[in-house]
Design a protein around this ligand. Structure first.
Ligand SMILES: [Zn+2]
Length: 731
């Protein structure tokens, strides 16, 4: 960070602007005109401000401020035209709030405001609008089409010549199959629940389809990720809550289409992978569905146009005929196969009948590595080529005096005698690892288990390897820190984040050493410069992560200057899965010390604002449009980033305290750091210590401390990846 007074000054203007939009509402003025029209237009202005700014919409008190304004109208001036308008707006206000927080109470409050308008102002020109709004609430948010039908019918009763009658008729026509249920006498609860249980999936699907087609029509909506996520949630409700309904397959197909559309805007690899994931899930879970062929052909097109892999596309088009022999997409697939004929794979040596790409040559196991992380043990089997594998967990055998074991059979593989002796592990989870040639072309790797809770096996490519993560053994083993169960983020499936649910793989970590060249960052004890310290830590972190099998990209590996925007651009260009910006802190208060981790958001505290102002000072002129910044923040992967920040901070503190008991935990914070803006992957900024603190400054100068820091950061990254992997394996 840089401590130039002018920069700080300029930066404060920016920060105050952000805060101005976020939180500062003008205090009620004692001299404000108390005419209802003045009060109403003031309230309307604030409401439209709220509607425009998603950052405001995330805080309940902003809604309550607007409500308070309207209340002054309908309570202070009841009986006026303005009072009816204020009630209507409050109905809208609470619908908006409900869209954010999904709280039933707020939905009910919305309906209550509309009902109150109908009750108190039955002759108002807004009465039929309120009735129509209530019907919409039942259809869209309560998920009760039967009641919605009844409410739409009332629109005409309230005002037969009103302008809402035509719209209500459209809905009555669409909902006509609920008519008999809606009009059945005196059995409201019974009939509505019977109908809704048999038709919920289709009602959910209809609603999702409606929202998706709205999204497809509006390129404005398409610019924001959360609009896609809202639609995805709708579809997910269908295929997760009603997996047996015929609508589930349609919902999966649409989820794939949704991500394909999103990818056109983001060009972000995980999005296209998500599209593929949903198509594959459809094919796997609904093999008999007529849509399986559509999903398969969609996958083929993804390979052709997005992954730009025509050979693979060829293979995927071939599968269309197998996946859906009766389906209508066979002709289209055949046409594509003709076009792509030159990408037809060469026939294998031994013409084995079917699908699995069996390597003609045997793969050779070139190494077996393992290391113990605080919460799990990772074993990596290196091969010189791909191999299919099978794993199985065997219980303890007292007869044979054998501990429980996990074995992995690698087909079409060989292992040399060098790797056939047992490798001792003894870390509380595993006792040892053994490998042997089980059959002439199968290698068996056996993990002897000490105490295992769960495990996860997955292949990685370039180079091909098989990774086994085993968790368990809490509290056992010398180097292992007992995992406190309350902090374990994995409890129940519904607490998995989206990235976890989708099993987005994390392979490439982008490390950004802050500052560089003419921007020294903070300068501390003995002229120690932030730019040099963080570069050294970044290089060490790179080595640790590479040793652990991850790909690493550095934004800079020497003393050069990079703009803040360039840093995230490098991360996006290299398709990094995580972005980590490293900094050392500094404060005017010389006794301030400790470790803190930030993710991108509006500032959470005064000091977070100061830190952001200092780190941002080189780039103030670059981003002047406040709206853009706020929306970029909103578009960022905030949930994943805050989760990542939590895990990194946790690990840094825990690991550092083994050697430095006085390390202070300043916690996870949020602030608008430019260097994180625009990152397409979960991204955080770590302030690893205060460079101008007498003790911490001295430590930062020491290579030993820097190595400890690098290892602590790596452990944090591994734990984060682990939570994602574990969830994707369905544990
Ligand atoms: Zn810095």
């Amino acid at each position: 960070m840089k401590r130039t007074a002018t920069h700080i000054g300029v930066h404060w203007v920016f920060i105050l602007l952000v805060l101005g939009v976020a939180w500062a509402f003008p205090a009620p003025s004692a001299t404000a005109a108390s005419r209802p029209s003045t009060l109403l237009s003031k309230a309307d202005r604030e409401f439209s401000n709220l509607k425009r700014h998603q950052s405001l919409q995330r805080k309940r008190h902003n809604y309550e401020n607007v409500e308070r304004r309207y209340r002054r109208v309908f309570e202070g001036h009841s009986g006026t035209r303005e009072a009816a308008k204020a009630l209507f707006s409050c109905g809208e206000l609470y619908t908006l709030l409900h869209r954010w927080n999904s709280l039933r109470a707020d939905l009910d409050q919305s309906r209550e405001y509309y009902r109150r308008l109908l009750r108190d102002y039955p002759g108002s020109s807004l009465a039929d609008d309120a009735q129509f709004a209530i019907a919409n609430l039942y259809l869209t948010y309560y998920g009760d089409p039967v009641q919605a039908y009844r409410e739409y019918e009332r629109v005409r009763e309230i005002n037969p010549r009103g302008d809402m009658v035509a719209d209500a008729k459209v809905w009555l026509r669409k909902l006509r199959r609920y008519r008999s249920a809606a009009t059945a006498p005196s059995s409201k609860s019974r009939s509505s629940s019977a109908v809704s249980s048999s038709s919920t999936a289709s009602a959910f699907l209809q609603r999702a389809e409606r929202e998706f087609s709205g999204l497809k029509k509006s390129s404005k909506l398409q610019r924001y990720r959360h609009n896609y996520m809202k639609v995805l949630d709708r579809y997910r409700r269908v295929f997760e809550k009603h997996p047996d309904a015929s609508e589930a397959a349609t919902a999966l197909l649409r989820a794939g289409e949704l991500y394909t559309l999103l990818y056109r805007w983001t060009s972000s690899r995980p999005d296209i992978n998500s599209a593929k994931h949903y198509y594959q899930r459809l094919i796997k879970d609904y093999p008999g569905s007529s849509l399986a062929g559509d999903a398969q052909i969609a996958i083929a097109y993804l390979y052709l146009t997005q992954y730009k892999d025509p050979s693979r596309a060829y293979q995927e088009f071939q599968k269309v005929a197998w996946v859906s022999p009766e389906g209508g997409r066979k002709g289209e697939a055949a046409a594509q196969l003709r076009k792509l004929a030159r990408y037809k794979p060469a026939p294998p040596e031994k013409a084995s009948a079917a699908s699995s790409p069996v390597p003609a040559v045997l793969s050779r196991v070139t190494g077996i590595r393992h290391w113990s992380n605080p919460r799990y043990t990772r074993v990596v089997i290196d091969l010189d080529g791909p191999s299919n594998f099978y794993s199985n967990l065997l219980k303890e055998s007292s007869a044979q005096m054998k501990p429980p074991r996990l074995y992995i059979d690698l087909f079409n593989s060989l292992v040399g005698s060098r790797l056939r002796s047992a490798i001792p592990v003894n870390d509380g989870i595993l006792l040892s690892i053994r490998a042997g040639q089980f059959t002439p072309d199968t290698v068996r790797v056996v993990l002897d288990i000490d105490q295992l809770d769960s495990y996860n096996i997955f292949p990685m490519e370039n180079p091909f390897r098989i990774v086994i993560d085993a968790t368990g053994g809490a509290g056992k083993g010398p180097g292992r820190v007992a995992a406190s169960p309350s902090r374990t983020p994995l409890k129940t499936p519904d607490r998995y984040s989206l990235a976890q649910q989708l099993g987005l793989g994390i392979r490439k970590v982008v490390i950004d050493a802050g500052h560089g060249a003419h921007d020294p960052g903070a300068v501390g004890v003995g002229n120690l410069k932030e730019k040099d310290v963080v570069l050294d830590i970044a290089l060490r972190l790179r080595d640790v992560l590479r040793r652990d099998g991850l790909e690493v990209v550095l934004t800079r590996d020497r003393d050069v200057y990079l703009g803040l925007a360039e840093r995230t651009a490098i991360a996006n260009r290299s398709h990094g899965d995580l972005f980590l910006s490293l900094h050392a802190n500094s404060s005017r208060k010389p006794n301030l010390r400790g470790v803190e981790t930030y993710f991108l958001n509006l500032a959470s505290s005064q000091r977070a604002m100061e830190t952001a102002a200092l780190e941002n000072s080189m780039a103030v002129a670059k981003m002047s449009d406040l709206e853009d910044i706020v929306q970029e923040i909103f578009n960022s992967k905030m949930d994943e980033s805050s989760r990542l920040a939590g895990i990194i901070q946790d690990n840094m503190i825990r690991q550092l305290r083994r050697n430095y008991r006085d390390v202070k935990d300043l916690g996870v914070k949020q602030a608008p750091f430019y260097v994180l803006i625009g990152a397409q992957m979960p991204s955080i900024l770590a302030e690893v210590a205060f460079i101008n603190h007498p003790v911490e400054g001295k430590r930062l100068a020491s290579p030993v401390y820097r190595q400890h820091l690098a290892e602590a950061l790596a452990a944090g990254i591994q734990s984060y990846i682990h939570t994602v992997k574990m969830a994707s394996a369905g544990h």
